[in-house]
Design a binder for this molecule. Sequence first.
Ligand code: FAD
Ligand code: SIN
Length: 541
Amino acid sequence: MRSYDFIVIGSGIAGLSFALRAATHGSVVIATKRSAEQGSTSWAQGGIACVQSQEDSFDIHVADTLEAGAGLCDEAVVRTIVTEAPAAMETLMDYGVVFDKRMDEEGHEELDLGREGGHSKRRILHSKDTTGREVENKLLALVKAHPGITLLEQHFAVDLITTAKLGLAGPNRCVGVYVLDQAAGLVRTLRSDRIVLCTGGCGRVYQYTTNPDIATGDGVAMAWRAGAEIANMEFIQFHPTCLYHAKRKSFLISEAVRGEGGVLIDHEGNEFMQKYDRRKSLAPRDIVARAIDREIKRTGKPCVYLDITHKPREFIAERFPNIYETCLELGIDAAVEPIPVVPAAHYQCGGVLTDVNGATSIGGLWAVGEVGCTGLHGANRLASNSLLEGAVVATRAVKDVITKCPMESPTVTVAVPEWQSGNVTDVDELVVIYHNWDEIRRLMWDYVSIVRTGKRLIRAATRLRNLQREVQEFYWNFKITTELLELRNLVEVATLIVESATRRKESRGLHYTLDYPDRNDEHWRHNTVLVKRMEPKPEGP
Ligand code: FAD
Ligand code: SIN
């Protein structure tokens, strides 16, 4: 067993930002399940929303966020995060992050602000179309050079260790984490009174997604098993414009392309967004994704197109080099032809319920970044508000952790047992794991995606119950592997999404059901909160 002042699980913007600040107070370990740069942060394209220009104001950014969030945002949280954004951007720039600049009319250098759907002003700080890579690289370099931070790559957090699971009386507290050291093939016990989940989202629960492989909802699943409150999992955001190409899956065409005038058209070259929203191609994502879904069903074609051909080639290649080059490699010249696109699962608006400091309902446990649900996003996230949330809430979380668990006085002194492997053998049929994995992702896409019905949700729930039984049997009988652990988490998170969607008897933001097509503020303007009933049981198979 190893003890640290802080345990951070995950190494995206949330985990790295938290670690860099926490390291000024004590020892930090970051456990991350692949190489550290693998995560959604590295893939982020459009940028980070932050009020910067004279024409913009905090009030307008707040209003845009609330409008996108369809009545479910926590306004106080929105205001806090929006007003603390400029300081968070200063910190990122101090860490070495470089955002694009331009010359103003008087020849002074200023930040080049992009625009995206749902934003009524230009306010997106960006580094070309690879903003996330710039942020991740700069923060990770600092973390790797920091003597007070231990970075454990290929270390998969399996489960949180809590006082409730240990059968101890009193309020439930998190006191450690079991992590699978993949190289050594054994489970290590990490002990701390200050544990922060920064594990990102769960896009991989769907067949089509913009998300990287790591996005299997591990943090939500772990927190759920530990007894934390989980909120709003029905609100899964589908990005309207994922590249449609046989040879390249999960490649995003940034909303910033529409921000620079890109227009959605059908296979005959006709614009269609005017039928759905006055903001046309720049309407919030839930509206655009649903409109595309309808157009695809109406025309029977597999995709729609994003047309930016009215812009000069030089502009496209300079502003969106990653998108331009990737399309070109696939034989699509965005300067002269429209890009084929489809919606795909992109962002988890719900998650582990927290306050604006990332504090969860379990003592000693915080959740920051996409894994958490602070109330910023409500029923639909405004574009480029998530990197912002990760940066702001990480800073607040460090202060909150120090206040609640002062460094000089450890709050819990319990004996934490080592992981018990029991009498398990190697998985004999990996094919079953892959089959179950595919089945979950396909059924979630077919039954629980952009347009839902009660009947489809019941079907999904029934299939998931069977899968859950099978996966649980695997978990108890075989040696754990990353594939098995991710499958266990996927089925857990899929079940939470279906359960949350089943409970909400209205359509709001990203949750649209044909059974209740209207928004019902009288009965449903509240979060969907799920909590597992806790029974003490021994840890490990
Ligand atoms: P991540 O960056 O996803 O990091 C999660 C980390 O947790 C990873 O290191 C992962 O390996 C680790 N991890 C997960 N499970 C475990 C486990 N069991 N044990 C150990 N480690 C674990 N948002 C914006 O605001 N602006 C954008 O322009 C933007 N563009 C995007 C483009 C794409 C293609 C995608 C997919 C998302 C985009 N988003 C954007 C969303 C944004 O990138 C993410 O919400 C944000 O990066 C999440 O950061 P995070 O630190 O919470 O998680
Ligand atoms: C994009 O660049 O379109 C993604 C922005 C986001 O998800 O916030």
